[in-house]
Design a protein around this ligand. Structure first.
Ligand SMILES: Nc1nc2c(ncn2[C@@H]2O[C@H](COP(=O)(O)OP(=O)(O)OP(=O)(O)O)[C@@H](O)[C@H]2O)c(=O)[nH]1
Ligand SMILES: [Mg+2]
Length: 279
């Protein structure tokens, strides 16, 4: 992950969403991908040329904002501290698990990182009669959405085009609201540490000692509240709040057509509970 002239993009998303499949499709590679979580253990780098522009692609593999392994911690640091090295993140959502995917998406969005959003495995949603109102979805997230079936190369050129045109979007509206009881402290911390947004301050506290940040933060602040903050508890609090927010968005966006089997059951039910025929 060295600084160079090529435009660099990072593929990020939850396990098994199709990052490596998108990576292979973009770079015309035939590397093996698996259908179980954690197949990509270390980050992979590849290249492609589109309209005379050379793009370097990094497949982030497994990643979390709150890292639980060395690999994740290295990538996390790169994502936050080395923004000048890359053009943006291509974030992959899986059509069938939007809720889980949006959690990580909004965390990265709240860090002020420019992103392009992809909903992959749209064929799986169609197969199950699940409709995603892409227009509404896109409006509520404030970002354009590219739909792909990476296995069949559908939508891959749209990603290439969006990357070429630098359609990465950075929002300044943070979706995570600091809980009331911590607001004063987080506010103080953000200005003390010179964070350009409060979520970064929240995250530095929630990270605990992993990146050696908490000690320095707390030593400098001498705040009674700081000593009572438990990082893991803050992470849980954040997750709960974010899921409430994500649920609200998805309720207006996802609908499910009943499948043939379900329609049949419904018809049978109607016959069975009929006031004359049913008992
Ligand atoms: N039906 C369908 N399957 C897909 C699509 N994209 C990927 N897959 C399959 O989904 C599974 C996971 O894909 P990967 O590309 O390995 O996912 P990943 O995000 O790299 O997974 P990790 O590296 O383990 O986090 C594989 O079996 C792929 O063949 C798609 O658009 N449609
Ligand atoms: Mg992978």
């Amino acid at each position: 992950m060295q600084e160079n002239k090529k435009k660099q993009i990072l593929l990020v998303g939850n396990p098994n969403v199709g990052k490596s499949t998108v990576f292979n499709s973009l770079c015309n590679k035939k590397q093996k991908t698996g259908n179980y979580a954690g197949v990509t253990v270390a980050s992979h780098s590849g290249n492609y040329v589109y309209k005379n522009e050379e793009i370097e692609v990094i497949d982030s593999g497994s990643y979390s904002v709150y890292p639980s392994s060395e690999d994740e911690a290295i990538f996390s640091k790169y994502l936050i501290d080395e923004q000048k090295n890359y053009a943006g993140v291509v974030y992959i959502l899986e059509a069938l698990s939007l809720k889980r995917g949006l959690l990580l998406f909004q965390q990265i969005q709240d860090l002020g990182i420019p992103m392009i959003l992809v909903v992959n495995q749209i064929d799986q949603a169609e197969r199950r009669g699940i409709t995603i109102d892409i227009q509404k979805f896109s409006e509520s997230l404030g970002i354009r959405i590219i739909q792909t079936n990476a296995k069949e190369q559908i939508g891959i050129d749209e990603i290439r085009n969006a990357v070429h045109n630098n359609e990465f979007v950075k929002t300044d509206k943070i979706s995570f609201e600091t809980p009331n009881e911590h607001r004063d402290f987080i506010h103080k911390l953000a200005s003390h540490k010179g964070f350009d947004n409060e979520y970064k301050a929240w995250m530095s506290v929630s990270l605990g000692t992993d990146l050696g940040r908490l000690e320095t933060v707390m030593e400098q602040i001498h705040d009674a509240e700081a000593k009572s903050l438990v990082p893991k508890r803050l992470q849980v609090q954040e997750t709960v709040r974010r899921y409430q927010n994500v649920d609200k968005i998805l309720n207006n966006v996802i609908s499910k057509k009943p499948q043939f089997k379900e329609l049949l059951t419904e018809k049978l039910d109607r016959v069975l509970v009929h006031k004359f025929w049913g008992m």
